[in-house]
Design a protein around this ligand. Structure first.
Ligand code: HEC
Length: 130
């Protein structure tokens, strides 16, 4: 009886360990998307800067990162990192990808994007930000 229980336990342990190996590591509650999530030029369900990325950045980022904000109103967001400006967004895609999809540290307070929204923005960046 004792041995049977141990055997059953080790089976459960293996299943858990395998699942952990298949899934990406969670960082701040969401998968850390170190691998590419799309190939450059992939259709990604028609997502574009205008239809998807700009509204998402506006929903979660521009309360701190905006050309219209200065001083304390930026809540510490570095001057010049303004995500309401398309050219600036495009210059900083790698940093945006890292902070929203790998380290998952942005935004630093609620409201935060869901894991699906983080994945979708990373996919847009990896598809070459159409
Ligand atoms: C509540 C205010 C706030 C919001 C909202 C916010 N940020 Fe930030 N952001 C900061 C602060 C403060 C810093 C500088 C300190 C730091 O780097 O952690 C920063 C720095 C950054 C940097 C530069 C740091 C680096 O590691 O490259 C990037 C990129 C960035 N934010 C992206 C974003 C994105 C993308 C969003 C939306 C998903 C966002 N931030 C939302 C406050 C904010």
């Amino acid at each position: 009886m004792y041995h049977r229980t141990m055997w059953a336990r080790s089976l459960v342990w293996c299943a858990l360990a395998l699942a952990a190996c298949d899934d990406p590591e969670l960082v701040h509650g969401c998968p850390s998307l170190t691998e590419p999530q799309a190939a450059p030029g992939e259709p990604i369900d028609g997502d574009t800067y205008t239809s998807f990325a700009a509204p998402l950045l506006q929903q979660y980022c521009t309360r701190c990162h905006a050309t219209t904000l200065s001083g304390a109103a930026r809540s510490g967001a570095p001057v010049g990192l303004d995500w309401d400006d398309e050219a600036t967004v495009r210059q900083h895609l790698a940093a945006i990808r890292r902070t929203i999809g790998v380290r998952n540290v942005m935004p630093p307070s609620e409201p935060r994007p869901s894991c699906d929204e983080r994945h979708r923005l990373v996919r847009w960046i990896d598809a070459d930000a159409p």
